[in-house]
Structure formats: C-alpha cells, structure tokens
Design a protein around this ligand. Sequence first.
Ligand code: G6P
Length: 362
Amino acid sequence: DASDIEKGTYPHYMLKEIDEQPLVMRKIIQAYQNETGELAIEDSILEAVNAADRIYIVACGTSYHAGLVGKEFLEKTAKIPTEVHVASEFVYNMPLLSEKPLFIFISQSGETADSRAVLVHIKGLGHPALTLTNVAGSTLSREANHTLLLHAGPEIAVASTKAYTAQIAVLAILAAVAGKAKGLEMSFDLIQELGIAANAMEAMTDDKEAFEQIAREYLSVTRNAFFIGRSMDYHVVQEAALKLKEISYIQAEGFAGGELKHGTIALIEDGTPVVAISTQENVNLSIRGNVKEVAARGAYTCIISMKGLEEEGDSYVIPHVNELLSPLVSVVPTQLIAYYAALHRDCDVDKPRNLAKSVTVE
Ligand code: G6P
C-alpha cells in the first residue's frame, strides 16, 4: 500500500525517521532563514514572546521532554523565566500565573486532547498561546494565536524521534531570535552550530552497528534499565527511557545522576543495565562518579560521552557539538539503542501495544 512505498527500503518508519533527522535540521535552518540568511521569526510571535514576563510550556510525552530542553534555551538565551508542565496535570496543579504569561504548546500532531484542554482553559482566562507543531492546520495550531511549524515531514512511527529533535531546534531558534530582538547576543552562531549538530547526527546514523551492538549487549534479556545524566543530559535521559519503554517494553527510568542515591539505587542488582550520558563539561566528573557508585553495586554500565570528555572504556563517543545543543545529538544513540532493543526482542517497533500516535481523549 501507499505507506509501504513511503517507507522505501526501510524495515520500519522509526528507523527511517531517525535517519531523516539531519535533513530535518537542515530544512528547519532554511525555513527559518530570511532573505539575508539570518534566522528570523514572525514579528507578531517575537512581540508575544518578548511581552511575556514568564513562559509556560505545556505538552505531553516526548513533546514534554523537548519542552524541558526548550526551557533551558528560553532562560539562558532569551532570559525569560520558563516553566514546563505536563498537560494532563496542569489544570489540577495550576501554577500561580504571572502577570503577563505566554503559553507555548508543543505537540507533534497538534491534536493531543490533554494539551488542547489546557489551551481552551487558558484562552478562557484571556492568555496568549503559541503552538509548535508538525501539522499545519491542526487543532492546536488553529486555536492558538500563533504557530511555529516543525518542518519534520510526516512522522508515522508511534515513537516520536524526528519531531523531538525538530522541536528542540525550533525552540533554540525561537529563543535566539527573541533574545536578539531585545538586544541579547548569543555567544555562538546558531546556524553554524545547528549545521554541526546535523552532521554529527549523520555520523551516528551512519554508525548503526555500534548501537545494535550496545542494544544486544545490554538490553536483549533485561527486565529493566536505568538512564542517568545531569544538567542537559538529565532531560535527554528522560526521553531515552521513554523511548525504550514505548517500543521494547523494558521498564526504564531516566534519573538525575545525583538523585539515584536517594532511593532508586536500591533497585540496582548484579547486571542491571545503567546507561549514562555525559556531554556537559561541568558535570562530567560527577556523572562518572555516579557510574562508579552503581558499578560498585553490580550495575552493568554503559557510558555515552561527547568528544572532548571521553575516557577509555566509554561505550560510545558522540561527535562534539555546542553543549547547549547537545540534546539534538545525544538523543540519537538512545533512539537507535531503543530501536534495536525492540527489534532484538521481537516487538512491533512502529506500532507498540497500548499506544496511539496521537491521543485525542483526555
Ligand atoms: C502520544 C504519543 C507520544 C507523544 C504524545 C504527545 O502519547 O504516543 O509519542 O509524545 O502523544 O503527542 P503530541 O502529538 O502532542 O506531540
């Protein structure tokens, strides 16, 4: 059928979509460049962002995890205080809103009912909303005041991959352009760094055997697995764990490296897989310390580090990219590891049990 043609020579949409990520990065750069080659965003959106005294990001699932990274950009680059909320909890645990809030809804499909419920609610309160979505004309796009498109192309696999990295890239651009509009200069050239990230993604998608091997070694038979990271890497390990859970049914958790010892370390037994990500210089030593703690309790540890921070014995070294943009790159090994783990365990990669691509009930 038509969907088979679109999949081309790929065995699964998920693998195809993982491989498309470098291309998506390049498309996003193009889509957000003006005639003079500078990154640009519609004035009305910049005004809305810079008029806000606080941003509230609302999303579900993988899009929520992209929001966690987006908060770092909005605070560090655009200097706007930002909170990130799981949509389904927002209405019950509604934060005390600031005077001039802006809501950013992140949704691949633009149809998620939990997010829409919040949108309806905050519109009722008279607050402005911006939707980041992959689907032009989707409900969340139509009902918000503003839309930024992800340009990722249709994402078919239930487990989201290219939409996550597209969301992060668009949030980086939004923060950079909004910051610039109010006179804040970035310490690096975002177009150039996004290009470097795209190349790094490509180097890893060309290196699939390495991740198939890690999946085979660490995840073929285990019941559970832990991912640990600090700072930016903490956001990525939460997404890594979700991806693994979704498609391989391995019980997985993403933990802040420093928090593990406050309870969860009790679960570490002989052979429990613990995957650590280390891309941030300021936490490299401390996350490696956490790896030693769990290894001493029998964990089977795997370190994925970034070039420049690597040590002998690391399982994989990802190419060096700007530290702030590292999630774009460090997530790729975890996507591929989840993919191969699911494959080795004979799971239905593109259509995992109990899940839907977009959930239109609350
Ligand atoms: C569903 C999907 C997830 C996705 C979430 C949010 O639960 O299975 O993969 O992350 O919805 O979807 P959205 O389209 O709003 O990003």
